[in-house]
Design a binder for this molecule. Structure first.
Ligand code: ADP
Ligand code: ADP
Length: 239
């Protein structure tokens, strides 16, 4: 059974234009898949349909044998604990510390109004520190996020996405705001930590070379349709 199955997926934000049209693919547990395509191709929208940050208009997304389009509130909450997200602009709370940002990936930011670290169990803190150590930023745990470099902030973003031990992590242009050195650090970490923790990974990228260097499989998206889906050494676009 595939972890993720996308069947005839269609999406439009307004009724006129379809941003995604008849998207079909499956992802097996443990795969590291890049989604490439020019700006506006629909990459972000595709990720948002998978964790249902947006409503699905046509077709189906099946995650872990469950129909995402039909999920109610409780199931959606569970879906989102099983799917971590990493964003282009990190989406951290700048004035909170690294460890606070990571731990709040578990419960959502609304619990942060009063006392922060005291709310978490020793096990939860241990997992947070384990992830920070894996990502090489343990020494920054008590610094405010706005004191870190972009590459360090993105590592915090990855730790936050992985704190709840998701089955899948969706990364939306995770290196688009980073210089080449920081980008390499992020992609190296993303690849090794997801492989070590056996987490399936879907990464939106706009550089083909990066996708070729890191992923087993590349899905090419253009104008809302899949133009390529295959191993990274065989990249010729369908027209
Ligand atoms: P990509 O991630 O490949 O750049 P997006 O999924 O962000 O592509 O965008 C695909 C298309 O959908 C673009 O034309 C974009 O303007 C449009 N779009 C994205 N988000 C929205 C939205 N919230 N409302 C209306 N149109 C949107
Ligand atoms: P990205 O490159 O991350 O897709 P964009 O600049 O395309 O970023 O979009 C930034 C935000 O604006 C996103 O939340 C997207 O959903 C929204 N957006 C994009 N295009 C449109 C649009 N045509 N109408 C309304 N919202 C849009």
């Amino acid at each position: 059974m595939s972890l993720l199955k996308v069947e005839g997926l269609g999406k439009s934000y307004n009724s006129e234009t379809k941003v995604l049209n008849d998207i079909n693919f499956e992802v097996e547990a443990g795969e590291f898949v890049s989604i490439i395509g020019p700006s506006g191709a629909g990459k972000s929208t595709l990720l948002r349909c998978i964790n249902r940050m947006v409503e699905i208009n046509e077709g189906k997304v099946i995650f872990d044998d469950l129909d995402v389009g039909n999920m109610r509130k409780k199931e959606l909450r569970e879906l989102r604990t099983n799917i971590g997200m990493v964003f282009q602009h990190y989406n951290l709370v700048p004035r909170l510390t690294v460890i606070e940002n990571v731990l709040h990936g578990r419960f959502g930011y609304k619990t942060t109004m009063q006392g922060i670290l005291g709310r978490f169990t020793e096990d939860e803190k241990e997992r947070a520190f384990f992830l920070l150590a894996k990502l090489g930023i343990e020494e920054h745990a008590y610094k405010r996020c706005d004191q870190l470099s972009g590459g360090q902030q993105q590592r915090v973003g990855i730790a936050r996405a992985l704190i709840q031990d998701p089955k899948l992590v969706l990364c939306d242009e995770p290196i688009a705001s980073l210089d080449p050195n920081a980008s390499k650090v992020i992609m190296d970490h993303l690849k090794s930590i997801t492989s070590e923790l056996n987490i399936t990974c879907l990464v939106n990228l706009h550089q083909v070379e990066v996708a070729q260097n890191y992923s087993d499989r590349i899905i090419g998206l253009k104008k809302g349709g899949i133009v390529f889906d295959g191993p990274n050494n065989n990249l010729t676009l369908r027209r």
